[in-house]
Design a protein around this ligand. Structure first.
Ligand code: ACM
Length: 512
C-alpha cells in the first residue's frame, strides 16, 4: 500500500513535469526586456503559443502590417503564418485592428492584449499598430526551432511615446552608403520604434541625390568621398524606394540639403554658383566651414528653388532640412537674408523648415524647427520665435562621438559618449533654456567622416541606439541606467542574431 501510493506520487509528479515541459509554461510578461520600456505592463500568468495553425487577422488597411508580422515570425521560427481578414476570425489568432475609442493612446500608442487564445493589437492609427507589432516581436526569442520556444506570456501592455519625433541621422555625404545599407539602418530604427530618418544628402565632399534639372551635382559632385575613393548617389527612383521602405516601417524620411556652407560639392559642379564664377575643386578632406554659396547672386536662388522643388516632389514627409550650420565664411549680414529666403522657398513648395540651431539667427517662418546640436543661445533665439526644438546635443547624442579613447571609429571633439552617458539624460531638463513644451523630440546624428562601411556604422550605433529610442519614447520617471543596462544586456543576443557588429561596452552585463 505504502509502495503503491509512493508510486502514484512519482507518476503524478512525472506527469506534471511532462505537462509543464510540453505545454505552455506561463512566463511573466513583466520580466520581458522591452526597449523602449512601455508605459504599463500587466501580467496575467498564462501563455499563448504561436503555431503554424495561428492566423493573423487584419482589418482593412492593415494587410501590409499583417504580412510584415508574418514575415518577421517566419524569420524567427520558419513558420508560415496565414494572414486573413478580421471578418473571418475563427480559432486562435493575432488580431490587428484600429479604433479611436481609446484617446489616451494618442497618435502612435497601442494596446497589446495577450490571452490564451488571442493576441490583439489595437491602435488609433497604423503607426500605433506598427509599434505594437515591435513590442510583440520583443516578447519572442530571436530564433526558435520549436513551438515551445514561441510561448508568449499573457497580459496587457498599454503604451504611447513621450515625444512625437524620435529620429536618427545618417550622413551619406562624407562617405556614401548605398540603398541596401540605408534599408538596414531603417530596420534598426524600426525595431526600436524610432520614426524619423534624417538623410544628410549634401556636403563639401559629395552631393548624393539626383536633381534632374542640375545633373552635374551627382555625375560630378557625387563622384568622390572622404579619402578620395569613389562616391555615389541615389537616383530619384532609388530615393523613392528608400522613402517607401521607410514609410512601410512607420519612418518619415527628412532630406537635408546643407547650405549656404558645406556646399563645395555643388560649387565644384556649377561654376555659376561661385561669387567669382569659377568652379572649385572636388574636396575629399574632413575640414569644415570653408565653403559658401554666393548669397547675392540670383542664380543661387533659382538653383535652390529647383533643388527644393524636385526634392519636395519626391518626399511625402512634411519637412525639408536646410542645414545652415558652420557657415564660417558667410558674413552674418549675408547669412540672415539667405536663410530667410531659403525658408520661403521651402514653404512655397509646401514643406516645413528644419535647420541646425544657427538658423535661429534669421527670422524663422511659422512652424520652423531648430535642431539643437551645439549652441544654447541660438536655440533660445528659436524658442523666442516659437520654433520647436529637436534635441541632438553633440556631447550626448552624436553617434560619431567615440565611446572612450580606445574606440576604433569616431571622433571626440564633443567628448566621449559611453553607453551610460548617452542614455542618462532627460531632454526636458538638460538645459534650463529648453523645456518640455519646446521639444518636438530627439535625434541621434551619425556623421560619417570616420566610417565607410556598414560594420563601422554598426559599431558606433550599437548599443547606443536603443538608449536614444528609449529617451524619445519612455517617460524619465520610468528610466534608470541601473535597470536599463540589464534590459540592454538581454538585447545583445538580438544584435548578434541580426549580425550587428556592436561595441561590447564593459558597463553592460552582456549574457554569454
Ligand atoms: C553639425 O554637427 N555641424 C551640425
Amino acid at each position: 500500500m505504502k509502495i503503491k501510493s509512493g508510486l502514484i506520487v512519482v507518476v503524478l509528479t512525472l506527469l506534471m513535469v511532462q505537462i509543464s515541459c510540453t505545454t505552455e509554461t506561463p512566463t511573466d510578461l513583466t520580466k520581458t526586456s522591452f526597449i523602449p520600456q512601455p508605459v504599463s505592463v500587466i501580467a496575467t500568468g498564462n501563455s499563448f503559443v504561436v503555431k503554424s495553425s495561428t492566423v493573423i487577422y487584419v482589418e482593412d488597411g492593415l494587410q501590409e502590417y499583417g504580412q510584415y508580422l508574418a514575415a518577421e515570425l517566419n524569420k524567427i521560427s520558419g513558420l508560415t503564418i496565414e494572414v486573413n481578414s478580421t471578418d473571418k476570425v475563427t480559432g486562435k489568432g493575432i488580431l490587428l485592428s484600429l479604433s479611436d475609442k481609446d484617446p489616451e493612446l494618442g497618435e502612435e500608442g497601442y494596446q497589446l492584449t495577450i490571452d490564451k487564445k488571442h493576441i490583439s493589437i489595437t491602435a488609433k492609427n497604423m503607426a500605433g499598430c506598427f509599434n505594437g507589432i515591435q513590442t510583440l516581436l520583443q516578447t519572442l526569442p530571436i530564433n526558435a526551432s520549436t513551438d515551445e520556444q514561441l510561448i508568449i506570456a499573457t497580459g496587457v501592455i498599454r503604451d504611447f511615446p513621450e515625444y512625437a519625433y524620435r529620429g536618427a541621422m545618417l550622413d551619406v555625404a562624407r562617405h556614401f552608403f548605398g540603398v541596401e545599407d540605408v534599408k538596414r539602418y531603417i530596420d534598426f530604427l524600426a525595431a526600436y520604434k524610432m520614426n524619423v530618418l534624417h538623410l544628410h544628402l549634401s556636403d563639401d565632399q559629395g552631393w548624393r541625390i539626383e536633381i534632374k534639372s542640375w545633373p552635374n551635382l551627382t555625375t560630378y559632385g557625387g563622384s568622390k568621398q572622404v579619402g578620395g575613393g569613389e562616391g555615389g548617389f541615389y537616383t530619384q527612383e532609388q530615393y523613392k524606394d528608400i522613402v517607401k521602405y521607410a514609410m512601410d516601417r512607420n519612418i518619415t524620411i527628412i532630406p537635408e540639403i546643407d547650405m549656404p556652407g558645406h556646399t563645395n560639392a555643388a560649387l565644384a559642379s556649377y561654376a555659376e554658383l561661385n561669387c567669382d564664377g569659377k568652379a572649385t575643386e572636388l574636396y575629399t578632406g574632413t575640414e569644415v566651414g570653408f565653403s559658401t554659396f554666393c548669397t547675392d547672386k540670383e542664380i543661387t536662388y533659382k538653383f535652390i528653388d529647383d533643388v527644393v522643388r524636385e526634392l519636395a516632389e519626391l518626399t511625402p514627409g512634411p519637412y525639408i532640412h536646410i542645414g545652415g550650420d558652420e557657415s564660417h565664411v558667410t558674413a552674418i549680414e549675408d547669412y540672415i537674408p539667405f536663410i530667410n529666403r531659403v525658408q520661403e522657398i521651402v514653404v512655397s513648395h509646401g514643406k516645413k523648415v528644419i535647420g541646425w540651431d544657427e538658423i535661429a539667427n534669421a527670422d524663422l517662418v511659422e512652424n520652423a524647427t531648430v535642431q539643437f546640436w551645439a549652441d544654447i543661445k541660438n536655440t533660445a533665439l528659436g524658442i523666442e520665435q516659437d520654433a520647436k526644438v529637436i534635441m541632438s546635443p553633440a556631447a550626448r547624442a552624436y553617434f560619431d562621438m567615440q565611446y572612450d579613447s580606445t574606440s576604433v571609429f569616431g571622433l571626440h571633439w564633443a567628448g566621449y559618449i559611453e553607453v551610460d552617458h548617452g542614455y542618462s539624460w532627460d531632454p526636458a531638463t538638460l538645459v534650463p533654456e529648453i523645456t518640455k513644451e519646446n521639444i518636438l523630440g530627439i535625434e541621434a546624428p551619425l556623421w560619417s567622416e570616420t566610417v565607410s562601411k556598414m560594420d563601422d556604422i554598426e559599431y558606433l550605433v550599437f548599443p547606443r541606439l536603443p538608449g536614444y529610442a528609449e529617451i524619445g519614447w519612455t517617460a524619465p520617471a520610468l528610466r534608470t541606467w541601473d535597470e536599463y543596462k540589464l534590459r540592454l544586456a538581454n538585447h545583445g543576443k538580438r544584435f548578434e542574431a541580426m549580425d550587428i557588429d556592436y561595441y561590447r561596452s564593459t558597463l553592460v552585463p552582456w549574457q554569454e
